[in-house]
Design a protein around this ligand. Structure first.
Ligand code: 13P
Length: 248
């Protein structure tokens, strides 16, 4: 059985004042049937761990460097995220692929760094609108999965998030059939790589998930949770998504 995961990606949003939202999630949903994770900006990771207190709310980073340490001004090593209290790290988000030119090989190197530091890697992939329009969605997803997830993946160290680029922050979502098609394809792809262990890898959907559409998305085949951007910033909205996932 895969434990469902409600993950929030705060992106470049939030200051110390926002920690109250984590406190509310911890207080109101600490007993949820699903796993909960919030990935705040790196500046808030240590304080977010404190804000979560004893509640089972995991805290994650949004990126790490591929190297363990060294002269990389402005970058953050996986071990530094772990030292701050993070248990997970998002890698290969489309915003990093676009803003920082990260390739599949770059992402795979970062995943290895994350694993070396004991972090769970949340690997993101997804097609652009032009790629979908050209009928290339599964080819793109297959290529990203093969290139971004290195050898050594297990049920315990990998989560995969399908985030269509055109659905992020737009209010648009794929049809439920389109989500199912990609998630079933991802499960099959992981199974051919990992064998039966692929059954335990959580597959998240991300892109304009909100309280009003969460339940229908969580009912889709091979959707084990969500990676939520905008709607994770407020405990009220994220709490409703957590509740929908717990009930799924
Ligand atoms: P939105 O939920 O704001 O569309 O963002 C999704 C996302 O990119 C999560 O990583």
């Amino acid at each position: 059985m895969r434990r469902k995961l409600a993950a929030g990606n705060w992106k470049m949003n939030g200051t110390r004042a926002s920690l109250a939202e984590i406190g509310r999630i911890a207080a109101d949903h600490g007993g949820a049937a699903c796993e909960i994770m919030i990935c705040p900006p790196a500046t808030l990771i240590a304080a977010a761990v404190t804000a979560a207190g004893d509640a089972p709310v995991r805290i994650g980073g949004q990126d790490c460097h591929a190297r363990a340490s060294g002269a990389h001004t402005g970058d953050i090593a996986a071990a530094q995220l772990a030292d701050a209290g993070a248990s997970h790290v998002i890698l290969g988000h489309s915003e990093r692929r676009a803003d920082h030119g990260e390739s599949d090989a770059d992402v795979a190197a970062k995943v290895l760094a994350a694993w070396s530091a004991g972090l769970v890697a949340v690997v993101c992939l997804g097609e652009t609108e032009a790629e979908r329009d050209r009928g290339e969605t599964l080819a793109v997803i297959g290529r990203q999965l093969a290139g971004s997830v290195p050898e050594g993946a297990t049920t315990a160290n990998l989560v995969v998030a399908y985030e269509p680029v055109w659905a992020i922050g737009t209010g648009r979502t794929p049809t439920l059939d389109q989500i199912a098609e990609v998630h079933d394809f991802l499960r099959a792809g992981l199974t051919s790589r990992l064998g039966p262990a692929a059954d335990g890898v959580r597959l998240l959907y991300g892109g304009s998930v909100k309280p009003s559409n969460a339940s229908e998305i969580f009912a889709v085949s091979n959707v084990d949770g969500a990676l939520v951007g905008g709607a994770s910033l407020k405990a009220e909205d994220f709490g409703q998504i957590i509740a929908a996932l717990s009930a799924a």
